[in-house]
Ligand binder design. Structure first.
Ligand code: PAF
Length: 269
């Protein structure tokens, strides 16, 4: 595996690659990332992974500071998977003139997490766009755990880079049901148990929620009683139209964002 820190060196190495798969990450590599990387290795001639803790997409300085960083461990995991290139850029290389101010994203960016994290999705799209310009991948891999991010990036890439495919990858869960996330590294055992209880409750009540047989207010109270610090939202949405579903057969999901202490977790079930 080639580990590359320099943008121009990277471009020299990958310039002739015709079928390059790209897995962008913030590091804190876990089984979710591993499944994305394996899919890329299966589908592409070469695979490149990036680790870049993109400051601009964090709404709070404290969240950026405490984001799990485990570079040595990450490199060793990625190496074992036989990834071809690992790109570890500096902030200067990604933002030589600072972040963009005029990124236009899908209207879906204003809902769910977008309401609570103003500017977050614009910053994610900005950094992904910058990586696309450097790497010129054929396929980019994203986890369905971050469904809103996936949809927003897919919308942006379809519009601006019609030759690049965004590949959605199924959410990978721990045995207790929690979706793998780098933020899980920050949770205590007790907090993990709470997150697991929430997953199980939502799975059980998904149908009732959609049929309005369960009152959302009551469900929120139940979840708060588990020991959750705050709930940003719980919403049931048709995942294709991103509106509240009414038809029985449409593919819908329950979207949730909540805090355990100051750790914000999201999921869709
Ligand atoms: O999902 C993430 O890990 C990040 O938002 C991404 C796509 C790597 C952009 O920084």
């Amino acid at each position: 595996m080639k580990i590359i820190l320099n943008r121009n060196k990277l471009i020299k190495f990958i310039d002739s690659e015709k079928n390059l798969g790209f897995v962008p990450t913030l590091g804190g590599i876990h089984n979710g990332h591993i499944s994305l990387i394996k899919k890329s290795i299966n589908q592409c001639n070469k695979t490149i992974v990036s680790i870049f803790v993109n400051k601009t997409q964090f709404n709070k300085k404290s969240d950026f500071k405490k984001y799990p960083r485990s570079l040595k461990k990450d490199i060793s995991i990625i190496k074992k998977l036989n990834v071809d290139y690992l790109y570890l850029p500096t902030e200067k290389q990604i933002y030589p003139k600072g972040p963009s101010k005029n990124i236009k994203i899908s209207p879906f960016g204003k809902r769910l997490c977008g309401k609570f994290r103003p500017g977050h999705f614009e910053a994610v799209v900005d950094v992904v766009n910058r990586f696309i310009k450097i790497i010129k991948p054929k396929k980019i891999y994203f986890g369905e755990k971050d469904m809103q991010q996936l949809k927003i990036i897919d919308h942006f890439v379809k519009k601006n880079y019609p030759n690049i495919n965004i590949i959605p990858c199924k959410t990978i869960r721990e045995k207790n049901g929690i979706a793998y996330s780098s933020r899980n590294f920050l949770l205590s055992t007790k907090e993990k148990n709470i997150a697991s209880k929430i997953y199980k409750l939502l799975l059980l009540q998904k149908k009732n929620l959609n049929k309005n047989k369960l009152n959302l207010k009551l469900l929120k109270i139940k979840i708060l009683n588990f020991g959750v610090t705050k709930i940003d939202y719980i919403k049931v949405l048709d995942i294709n139209k991103l509106v509240r579903p009414f038809k029985k057969k449409c593919k819908y999901k329950v979207f949730i964002a909540f805090y355990l202490r100051s750790i914000r977790l999201i999921d869709n079930i």
